[in-house]
Ligand binder design. Structure first.
Ligand code: HXC
Ligand code: NAP
Length: 291
């Protein structure tokens, strides 16, 4: 079995009940990370895992009470420092203030995780121009706004830094009712490559991390996850299961760590092989094959 449901899955924005270290607990000791959308879902778990590895973290999103509550939980469980910030990644002034507040409170930022996103299922024929634009603005423009603000304040003139952009596999193959999100995420993957080239000389590494279907997330709730689960689709993926938030957080930790020091401009897929195949239903197909 490729993986199992266990304590790796927590169906709320709470810390893991137990955690076994795979990497050195000091991997990010003394570093500062800024995580957009870090109050929920995948972003929350990335914040937790970074803090468990010695990193001080700022989490920012639109809903003040969400990030405040999340920061309290993270501090309580990890004993690290976590700053909660109210900001909309679409608004340059709010992003700049959040970056300034982070630097004043935690010090210069070493790692930026662009995780904030908006999505919904909608056929292209029903999608309004504003609906398309909204997702482009949160995902793509928001990633640009935040990356630029952190680069200008903390990374440039060869101080260096690390950017991890959360994208998706949607843009790799095409999917119904997802033209807005597929375009937005594909544009971020392009941004990753351009900035990796432009800022490599400043010692800035820029990579994308594209999750597949991840259990216990708003993304899965919105995009038909419960239907897919009850139809048994995840068992038919190459690795036989949906991912956990911890799977994604460990990949983010790797990209943010010195273990990835020579990696830039890539999109790391953390999807159990799901983009490679339609559901892996070969036992159903086998009887009809002419062998
Ligand atoms: C069609 C919709 C819609 C829907 C909103 N719109 N929801 N159109 N179907 N379900 C349209 C509205 O009608 C409006 O256009 C425009 O989008 C803006 O809507 P607002 O509600 O004003 O936008 P806003 O308040 O900025 O909210 C953004 C949001 C919202 C994206 C619509 O859902 C949100 O805040 N989401 C954040 C959380 C989230 O989505 N998490 C999941 C991330 S998962 P009109 O023309 O009518 O005025 C993810 C997975 C990616 O990203 C890949 C997975 C495989
Ligand atoms: P989520 O819990 O809804 O996370 C999105 C976060 O972004 C929320 O905390 C939200 O907080 C914040 N946000 C949204 N709009 C914002 C804005 N304008 N400014 C600032 N913050 C904003 O969803 P998730 O499922 O964990 O997804 C996390 C990331 O993984 C996203 O980039 C998503 O595209 C990607 N992903 C997820 C899956 C999956 O299976 N879940 C698959 C592929 C990719 P506020 O509402 O408080 O602003």
């Amino acid at each position: 079995m490729a993986g199992s449901r266990s304590t790796n899955y927590v169906d709320s924005d709470d810390c893991l009940l137990e955690y076994s270290y795979l990497f050195s607990p000091d991997l990010l000791r003394g570093k500062v990370a800024f995580i957009t959308g870090g109050g929920s879902g995948i972003g929350f778990r990335i914040a937790e895992i970074f803090m468990r590895h010695g990193c001080n973290v700022a989490i920012g999103s639109r809903n003040t009470s969400r990030v405040e509550i999340a920061a309290k939980k993270l501090v309580q469980v990890t004993g690290g420092r976590c700053l909660s910030l109210c900001m909309d990644v679409r608004h340059v002034d709010e992003v700049s203030s959040a970056v300034e507040e982070t630097v004043a409170s935690l010090g210069l930022i070493d790692i930026l995780v662009n995780n904030a996103a908006g999505n919904f299922l909608c056929p292209a024929s029903s999608l309004s121009s504003k609906g398309f634009r909204t997702v482009m603005e949160i995902d793509t423009l928001g990633t640009f706004n935040t990356t630029k603000a952190v680069y200008e304040r903390c990374f440039k003139q060869a101080r260096g830094g690390i950017v991890v952009n959360l994208t998706a596999t949607l843009g790799l193959r095409g999917q119904v009712m997802q033209v807005h999100a597929g375009c937005a995420k594909a544009a971020i993957d392009a941004m990753t490559r351009h900035l990796a080239v432009e800022w490599g000389p400043d010692a800035v590494r820029v990579n994308s991390l594209a999750p597949g279907p991840i259990e216990e997330t708003e993304g899965m709730r919105r995009l038909g996850g419960s239907w897919a689960r009850s139809a048994g689709l995840f068992q038919k993926l190459p690795l036989g299961r949906a991912g956990s938030k911890l799977d994604v957080a460990h990949a983010a930790l790797f990209l943010a760590s010195p273990a990835a020091d020579y990696i830039t401009g890539i999109t790391l897929l953390v999807d159990g092989g799901s983009w490679l195949t339609t559901p892996n239903a070969f036992p159903d197909i086998l009887p009809s094959a002419k062998l």
